[in-house]
Design a protein around this ligand. Structure first.
Ligand code: ADP
Ligand code: MG
Length: 323
């Protein structure tokens, strides 16, 4: 069967003339004024697929917006407006409206943090499905794209990777976390922090960026392909929580680190010259920023083990039609 990305490429990718940037990056760009471009992204969460049907509605409202804000962060954009398309099962709201109270509270908690206005949407009845579109702004010509990586660039990631996927692995009984570990990993899964401020500050420091939503390897591969370069990263350099580190001898934990979904951290590439400034930014924003490898000429992505041998994984990341 073809992959999610084959489908997008084959059926829905067309050249744009009125937009600045169409299908293929974390968001689209439209030029509206002489100084600014609009940045537009949409993401859908499907019950039983992206979240368990009994997920706390407040967390769900928060996360539905957070995953879109992550795409804004990856473009270096300032999020301003949102629309919300909700499909709700009748039985969810028939008995009580508590679910909606909680869902909307979670949504607006995050919206208010960034002064994002909900300006429209759609509400229908059917299997639970939440689709949020976010519209942001970026200074004209300054958006961070996937296609700007250059040979010699350092590859960086923000935060720690793999905890959200580790929580999911526990829920699916692939690994056994203790209760404290589970609480911490579940918070990564349910309440991802979009790196909006980091994205904005990277505008003049990074050559390319993507948010890690489908797994580090899959998302870095998007940078590599769009930029027509190759990348080598070192598993030892990838920052992870002490919890994930504890389980690293387990293949499931390695897979969570390299190919787990739902991290919502940024992966970006930057000239070696900017290393010091990026390290200072890390201190200023109190966000770990770690160099994990290099961009080189050529094709493809290589992940090296501690002994310098290449790691192969069965899956490189999340694909809706292959996983
Ligand atoms: P992300 O993980 O950043 O949300 P995706 O991998 O979902 O990005 O999508 C990759 C690109 O394909 C994006 O530019 C997105 O807007 C575009 N895209 C995805 N599905 C469709 C579709 N059905 N029609 C048009 N464009 C699509
Ligand atoms: Mg993205």
């Amino acid at each position: 069967m073809c992959s999610e990305f084959d489908i997008i490429r084959q059926y829905f990718t067309r050249p744009v003339t009125k937009a600045v940037l169409g299908v293929g990056d974390d968001a689209a760009l439209i030029s509206t004024t002489a100084e600014k471009e609009l940045v537009i992204a949409v993401d859908t969460l499907v019950s039983g697929h992206h979240f368990f049907a009994d997920t706390d509605p407040r967390q769900l409202g928060y996360k539905a917006l957070a995953v879109n804000l992550s795409d804004m962060a990856a473009m270096g954009a300032n999020p301003c407006w949102a629309t919300l398309a909700l499909t709700l099962p009748r039985n969810l709201i028939q008995k009580s409206e508590a679910w909606l109270d909680e869902f909307s509270a979670g949504f607006f908690e995050l919206a208010d943090t960034y002064q994002i206005e909900l300006i429209g949407g759609d509400t229908t009845c059917g299997p639970l499905n939440i689709s949020v579109q976010v519209i942001g702004e970026v200074e004209k010509g300054k958006a961070l794209l996937r296609n700007g990586a250059r040979p010699g660039d350092d590859i960086w990631i923000s935060g720690h990777l793999g905890d959200a996927a580790l929580a999911l692995a526990h829920e699916q009984q692939q690994i056994n976390l203790n209760p404290d570990e589970l609480i911490q990993c579940l918070s990564a899964l349910h309440a991802p922090i979009a790196r909006i401020e980091l994205g904005r500050r990277l505008i003049n420091l990074a050559h390319s960026a993507i948010d890690i939503s489908d797994g580090l390897m899959a998302d870095l591969e998007h940078i590599v392909e769009s930029s027509s370069v190759s990348a080598t990263i070192n598993i030892n350099e990838i920052s992870c929580s002490s919890i994930l580190r504890k389980y690293l001898s387990h293949p499931v934990a390695i897979s969570c680190l390299l190919a787990g979904g739902d991290d919502y951290e940024l992966c970006f590439t930057a000239s070696v010259r900017n290393q010091k400034e990026i390290e200072e930014l890390s201190l200023k924003l109190a966000i770990p920023l770690t160099r994990i490898g290099k961009i080189t000429q050529g094709k493809g992505l290589t992940v090296l083990n501690s002994n310098g041998t290449a790691i192969t994984l069965e899956t490189r990341g999340y694909d809706h039609f292959r996983t």
